[in-house]
Design a protein around this ligand. Structure first.
Ligand code: BES
Ligand code: ZN
Ligand code: ZN
Length: 494
């Protein structure tokens, strides 16, 4: 999507649709939300009471104006209640309307709003437009021929200041990171393999001079003694991959954020095989890896002056004669031995090696891991919010704030000492789960905590928010890319 600016309504170029924003008014008709006067012949549509200006409401009218044949009234809700998030939702409803009508070129009259800064105003509008303007059609052969989704290509904002257009372009770069993460999650598991992620990492480094790639093949992973990643990989036809992508945006600083991602390209559960109904969406189990790669893409495109390393442990969790076994004990890179109670609790195993590697070699000032780790997350919090655990209040608070700004809301769960006992093993240093279902998401994080030493660390369990089985507001169905905007927001502040 490309953005343009036009100063006045008279000077606008031709487009397929003119969009006019309105406030809802409880006592009278919907109110014009822009600084420009409404064309006289359209006033009757408001006076008729057919359009109230409710948040996300749309009304299509036809016009004889030579600039556009169609005019859309777009409701923004009550002015007193407007927020960045309500704008995202209203402008997403505009995009959904355009997809329905296959419209590519829009003139949007830019609203003026007293209740927020101009930056917030642009953010809400542009994020709503961009995040909704996505569709994963690559695998639809017949539909692509007969009825392809048409995305919006060009938007001309009428009455926007030039410096605000620059802000719009910044959010467009961040949205590219979100698309990137969504595409990875939505791709076939047989295509998005550990080797494909390797290839992606190399192409990142080839494209961006400030990014260096370190890619470990199976031999090197064996040499590094990543016993847990190797254990999870045993049942798979594809080798594991361990990827380190370093972005040096500030050579003078020793501040260094390390993002660690779970890259299980498909999770069958292993010998503790998932049942029908539990496996169908498991191509999304590399959602953590997708989120941090999308974040890196955005950070590099924005040229943030920070040092950021992305670490991905990638493997399939497959079932075969060679699969790792419940009851067996495997040795982690950190040296700790782990009793496998359940082969479906594989994410924490590969993350343990990735976190321990980062502590040992990367000198992080903070580590944040992102993982589709536990189904318990959906039971606890559902789709509204992502669970987060941390060993440091300042880091946790900064992440919660970033989640508030982006509406990628975060809820912190505790990591009390007392939970640790449930992971005691009689045969090894620790076991990968206990036998019950209680506090599943927290105990997974307690397991990870064993491998982070004293580094400030936070863990995002995106199991319920990385993938939607139906669309919500500006997130189309399937991969959401949730976490990318939050992490970019956070990294802009560090
Ligand atoms: N990848 C799953 C978690 C998951 C579940 C992600 C649903 C997205 C949607 C993870 O590897 C897993 O299977 N976790 C187990 C842990 C249990 C065996 C302790 C779970 O949540 O049941
Ligand atoms: Zn699993
Ligand atoms: Zn998994």
């Amino acid at each position: 999507m490309i953005f343009f600016a036009t100063k006045s309504i008279e000077k606008r170029k031709k487009a397929e649709l003119l969009v006019l924003p309105f406030w809802q008014s409880i006592s009278s008709d919907a109110e014009n939300a822009s600084q420009f006067d409404l064309p006289g012949n359209l006033k009757i549509a408001i006076e008729s009471g057919d359009f109230k200006g409710k948040q996300e409401e749309t009304l299509l009218l036809y016009s004889t104006d030579e600039k556009e044949q169609r005019v859309l009234f777009l409701g923004l809700g009550e002015q007193e209640k407007v927020s960045v998030e309500s704008l995202r939702r209203s402008f997403a409803s505009l995009i959904k309307f355009c997809h329905h009508k296959k419209l590519k070129e829009l003139n949007i009259v830019f609203p003026s709003i007293q209740a927020m800064t101009e930056e917030q105003l642009v953010r809400g509008i542009v994020e709503g437009l961009l995040l909704a303007n996505y569709s994963y059609d690559k695998l639809k052969h017949d539909v692509l021929k007969s009825n392809p989704t048409v995305l919006v290509k060009r938007i001309n904002f009428i009455g926007i200041k030039n410096q605000l257009l620059q802000i719009a372009k910044k959010y467009a770069l961040i949205a590219e990171g979100v698309y990137f993460a969504r595409d990875l999650v939505n791709g076939n598991a047989d295509f998005i393999t550990p080797q494909y992620l390797n290839w992606l990492a190399k192409s990142f480094a080839a494209k961006f001079p400030k990014v260096k790639a370190l890619i470990f093949d199976k031999k090197r992973i064996e040499k590094e003694k990543m016993g847990l990643l190797l254990a999870v990989n045993r049942g798979s036809l594809s080798d594991p991959a361990f990827i380190v992508l370093k972005y040096q945006g500030n050579v003078k600083s020793s501040d260094h954020t390390v993002l660690v991602g779970k890259g299980v390209t498909f999770d069958t559960g292993g010998l503790n095989l998932k049942p029908t109904g539990g496996m169908e969406t498991m191509k999304s189990d590399m959602g953590g890896a997708a989120t941090i790669l999308g974040t890196l893409l955005a950070v590099v495109s924005l040229g943030l002056k920070i040092n950021l390393t992305v670490v991905i442990a990638a493997t399939e969790n497959a079932i075969s004669h060679a699969s790792y076994k419940p009851g067996d004990v495997y040795t982690s890179l950190a040296g700790k031995t782990v009793e496998i109670i359940n082969t479906d609790a594989e994410g924490r195993l590969i993350l343990a090696d990735a976190l321990a590697y980062s502590v040992k070699y990367l000198k992080p000032t903070r580590m944040i891991d992102v993982a589709t780790l536990t189904g318990a997350m959906d039971i606890a919090l559902g789709k509204e919010v992502t669970g987060m655990m941390s060993n440091q209040d300042a880091l946790a608070d900064a992440l919660i704030r970033a989640g508030f700004e982006t509406h990628e809301r975060v809820c912190r769960l505790p990591l009390y000492e007392e939970y640790r006992e449930s992971l005691n093993s009689d045969i090894a240093d620790i076991r990968n789960r206990d036998t019950g279902r209680s506090a599943g998401a927290i105990k997974a994080a307690i397991f990870l905590k064993e491998f982070v030493k004293d580094i400030p660390w936070a863990h995002f369990d995106i199991a319920s928010t990385a993938f939607y089985d139906k669309g919500r507001f500006y997130h189309p169905k399937y991969g959401t890319g949730i976490g990318v905007r939050l992490l970019v927001e956070f990294l802009e502040q560090v």
